[in-house]
Structures are given as structure tokens and as C-alpha cells.
Write a protein that binds this ligand. Sequence first.
Ligand code: NOJ
Length: 569
Amino acid sequence: MALHRLLRLCQAVVLTLCVSATEDFDWTKNVIGSFHYGTFPTGFSWGAGSSAYQTEGAWDKEGKGMSIWDTFCHKKDRISQNATGDSSCEGYYKIKEDMSLMKDMKLNHYRFSISWPRILPSGMKSDQVNEKGIQHYDNLINMLMENHITPVVTLYHWDLPQALEEKYGGWQNSSMGNFFNDYASLCFERFGNRVKYWITFNNPWSMAVEGYETGEHAPGLRLKGTGAYKAAHNIIKAHATVWHTYDTKWRNKQKGMVGISLSADWGEPVDIMNEGDLEAADRYVQFYLGWFATPLFNGDYPQVMKDYVARKSAQQGLGASRLPSFHPHEMSYIKGTCDFLGIGHFTTRYITQKNYPSNRGAGYFADRDLAELVDPRWPNPGSEWLYSVPWGFRRLLNFVKTQYGNPMIYVTENGVSEKMMCTDLCDEWRMQYLRDYINEMLKAINDGVNVKGYTVWSLLDNFEWDEGYSERFGLYYVDFRSKSKPRYPKASVQYYKRIISSNGFPSQREVESWKRKATETCISSNQLLAADPLTSHMEMVTEIVVPTVCTLCILLSAVFIMFLLKGRP
Ligand code: NOJ
């Protein structure tokens, strides 16, 4: 009898242990900080990302047309230290070199974007196709295929052809959708036999809000209260058009997928017992991710967004909401146009309810009636806005699962930056960030979220938009002072490599050794980088001084010979 009781007790203990283990995966309970050792599903895809304007350089080479970012950066005082992407990482000329970096990491995929004005200089297919531009992307794709790295291609990472902005007002004009569709069709036609993952737009939230509402990004318009909503409306419809084009014309033959990459921070209520905070946090995510995802999955904007913008517009005395509406036929056209959802995620905010009176200037931010807060203890090594809050990632992924019917997700961007002046290649903070964010993604997969791949942002340090080169997101450090833009591995390259080769986090003992091992290798890279000024000096000597001295010698000898010949009888 006593034995039986003992057995029952043991059973109960085992049961509680199991319950607490599964509790770890209940995202609604605040279990923060526990690390989960385990691996990702077989076939999980590991990658790194880049975008054309941020890395290619060669802004006016081989027939490329101007983009709105070329124009924007060439104006004074728009970008930190008046930097431009004119040469950036010179990625246009370095695909071979960059390929070996990817190969060395054993990446499964590489996410890059095609520059629209590089292949259609005026933006319009009817004008001229730049075959040299096509050739460039052909080479890149072929090289990726030869190295068994799957190309994941973004059609639009913010570099609209300048001519389309000038002639039609860019994304304020619904005709952009047709031009974009022509451009996308050209890409499907030329590259679709090899490219199976297409992303129509990267982070349309930024395009709309920063491009057309706050003006921090190209084209720099400040159409407060209307600009962002109108741009977003046209972008959503343009996405749907391109998805339908692929679906009807290319899918059968090419068997690829078309998705979109949406960015979203997670919004956590300040006080989870306070109804106002709970609703405000939900609004934060709905105005961010839901603005684009809800139309694409459900056919219309989130109800809360429609209600709030309509109410604010009425308070301003406007006859109609500043948020445009979809016609019923448009709703059914845009609904269900995502074969996979790309998620770009970097950080989290605490959210509390806050009323913005309409006389304080109506606009996207005020429409939401909320305030954003951060915990000062959250690590914040680089960009001002980027706090490391790994648990927010798991919550966001679970939100996507429940809100949009558990779609197929590819994490298209996730990473952390450091300041430009930081030349320490032993990036302990990035290793920590990747370890913890990727671990939260693993927990989300165990929660049942359908995540198929992960893309670290970014492969290289690159042009960080209005911040110029002042923030470095790369796994590889790029020395922008040197003309040849050499790349140096940060410790996180080694760390990410180990995550990839183990397909996750095999055991505590092993994972704990990774940082130490990665730090050993970065010390020698630090020495190489420290010697870089000497190398660039030598580069200058070979490139400028040697040819100049040689020319002078030849000239002097010629003069001397002439002088000798003249002196002869
Ligand atoms: C999202 C953008 O898509 C990317 O271009 C940018 O570099 C990162 N965020 C970091 O800010």
C-alpha cells in the first residue's frame, strides 16, 4: 500500500514537471528568460539578407537609372553626415567575394533585392530594358544556384525609379501598381526559372510612414494624416496585382511563391490588468502589422484602425475618414494573396493608453491614441530605437499564428546594430541577441507557429538609410574608409555558423562553448582591421604614387635624351 502511494506521488511529481515544461511554451504566461535547448525542424532554412540600395553602390553605372534614394541622398542634410549609397559596399562588383562569405557560413538562402531602375531605368517597361542590369542579377542568381544557396528575391526594397516619382507622385498614385506589375512580370520572365521565393515589398510600413508622412525617408514628403494611408492603400493593391499575375501566368510553370515582408515591433501592455492598456497594445500591433496583414489575409483593414481613423477624422471636421476604403470587389481581390508571410522584427515596446486631442495635429501616430515606453534595462547597443527584448519575438509570432490562420512564415529580417565608431569585431552583444531571439523563435515553433526559415539582417554592414553609415547591422564589418571596401568577419559569423551547422541549440555544454570559440577567432580579425589604415596607405601608394613617379621618370628621361641628342653635332 505504502509502495503504491509512493508510486502515485512519484507520478504526480513527474506530471507536475511535465506540466511546468509545457508551461514554458504558453506565451500568455510571463515565462521570460528560460533557455530552450533543442533543434529546428529538418529543412529549416538559414539565411542572411541585404538590399540593392544599401549595398550595391554603382549608382550610375552600366545604364542604371536614378532612384528616389539617389535623389534624396544627393540633397543636403537629409542623411546623417550627408552620406550616400553611391558606392556603399561596392556589392555590385563583389558578388564573387560575397558569395564565398555565404558559402563559408553554409547559408541555405540569401535574401537580396533587385533595383528597379537598374533594369528599367525610367521605371517603365515600354521605355527601355537595361540588359546590363539584367545580366548582373543573372550572374548573381546563377552563382547562388551553383553554390546551392536559394535566392530569396525582394522586388522592391524602397528604390522607386525617380522618373515615376516625378511624373506621377510615386506611391501616392494608384497607377504605380501597373508599372510595378510590368516590372515584376519582367522579373518573373527573366529570373523565375531559378527564383522560387518572391517578396513583393519590403516593409511597406516604412515606405508609407517615413516616405510620405514624416519625410525622413525618400521621397521625403510630409503629407501628415493622409500621405501614409494613401501610399499604403496603393501598395497593398499593387501587391495583390502582382500576386494575381504570378498566380495566373507563372505559377504553373515556375512553381514558386509570392509573399510580402512586413515589419512589426511587438507591443506589450504596460499593465496587463488594465483594459485600456490591453486595447492600446493591440492597437499598436494592428496599426503596424495589421494595417497590411489584415487586408492580405482577411480582405480589409483591421476594424479598430477603421474606427479610430474615422473618429479622429470626424473630430477634425472632415467629411470622410482619412483612411481610404476598399471596394467590395477589391476586398475579394486582395484577400488571400500571400503564399507566405515575411516577418521583419527587431524590437518591442511597452504600450499604454493615451488620448491625443485632435487639435494636437492629426496624423498616423496621433490616430492610435497610445504612448510607447521602453524599459531602460533592455540592452540597446546601437540604433536608438533598437532594444533587445527577445521574448517579444515569440509573442509576435504567436500573434501572427492566431490572427491570420497560422500562415507559412519566413523571418525575413532580424538582427542588431552597433555604432559606426565601434571597430570591435568581438561583437558579444550580437551573439547574445541572436542566441536569445533565435531561441524565442524556436519556442514559437514549438508553440505551433509555422516558421520555415530565418534571415539575419544583415550579411554586411551597409547604408542604413537616413542614418547613413552610422549604424552597423552586419555579420561582416565593412571598412568604408578604404576604397576597396574590405569585409572582416565579426565574432557573430562564427556564432551564427554554429547555430546553422547544429540546426539550433543542441546542448547547454555545447552552446556555452560557442561564444568562447567565436571570441578566440575575432581577436585575429581585430588585428587585421587595426592594420587596415596601413593597408589603405599601401593601396594609395600602389594606386597613385607609383604610377605618378613612373610617369615622371619617363618624362624626365625623355627630356634628358632629347637634350643629349640636341647637343650632338
Ligand atoms: C528594416 C529595413 O528593411 C532594412 O533595410 C533596415 O536596414 C533594417 N530595418 C534596420 O533598420
